[in-house]
Design a protein around this ligand. Structure first.
Ligand SMILES: [Fe+2]
Ligand SMILES: [Fe+2]
Length: 264
């Protein structure tokens, strides 16, 4: 990893490109890029739903320790901390459909954000799962999913800026790949028009999919929050976090970890 990170320069677009390459190198084949049979997908979907439901709560909770730290120390917040707050807040607003509602209806549409079971991204996913499985499904928080969500919160709320940024950057980059992979697998196994799967279409479908902008936004945080001397450590932390996300996908698909974060 030291060799890879030494290739980095401090140009935002180049850093993103190089980090993307490092993440793909770390996980050449994502668990959802392998064939998955119907039984595996049926078992996996309630776990995936659990993550989708929990994520906005975790991203919101990620500000808690930082806020208390500053309050107790009587210290101002830094600009870098504000940047991780605004990006995290955007992601929460996105998951809870505040952004799409306001873009569609303007401020007059604000009361519509209360329709959480129709509008949250997790609500779209619940509808897709019902369409696929023919019945409503509850989220399943297995030990693997509990472990992942705890570790994810640790990373998102880390007081160490490199870990905090690496977790956010890797989560969005991984989300794009994970959602694409799962959409492909579901379309292969279930007799469904893939464009009718609203959760997947909203993230990675259509002419102008939203997820690419999340990846770009979290990527542009890097040069606004970290020093050039942080970049080698950022590379290590991004790979570590990417394995965390990908290993969870492997665990819920019943595929052993390709390379655990502990081996780094
Ligand atoms: Fe989402
Ligand atoms: Fe996203």
């Amino acid at each position: 990893m030291v060799q890879q990170s030494s290739r980095l320069t401090y140009d935002p677009a180049l850093i993103r490109e190089q980090l993307d390459a490092i993440m793909v190198e770390a996980v050449p084949i994502h668990p959802f890029e392998r064939p998955l049979d119907r039984q595996v997908l049926e078992r996996l979907l309630p776990e995936y739903l659990a993550m989708s439901i929990a994520f906005p709560y975790l991203q919101a909770a990620a500000q808690r320790d930082l806020a208390l730290h500053h309050i107790h120390a009587g210290m101002d917040f830094t600009e870098a901390e504000e940047i991780t707050l605004v990006v995290g807040s955007f992601l929460v607003a996105d998951e809870t459909a505040v952004n799409s509602t306001l873009m569609a209806s303007g401020p007059r549409g604000l009361p519509d954000i209360l329709q959480t079971r129709r509008r949250f991204h997790s609500a779209l996913l619940r509808q897709d799962i019902q369409r696929l499985l023919g019945e409503a499904t509850d989220p399943r928080f297995s030990d693997d999913t509990k472990f992942y969500l705890h570790r994810l919160l640790d990373g998102l709320s880390s007081m160490d800026m490199v870990t905090r940024v690496a977790t956010m950057v890797s989560f969005e980059a991984h989300a794009e790949r994970m959602i694409n992979g799962l959409w492909e697998r579901l379309a292969e196994v279930f007799t469904v028009d893939r464009s009718e799967l609203a959760y997947f279409h909203a993230h990675v479908g259509g002419d102008d999919p939203a997820e690419q902008y999340h990846v770009a936004m979290t990527g542009s945080m890097i040069t606004r929050t970290l020093e050039v001397t942080d970049l080698p450590e950022l590379c290590r932390a991004v790979v570590d976090a990417y394995h965390l996300h990908s290993d969870w996908c492997g665990a819920i698909a019943g595929i052993p970890a390709q390379q655990g974060a502990s081996s780094l």
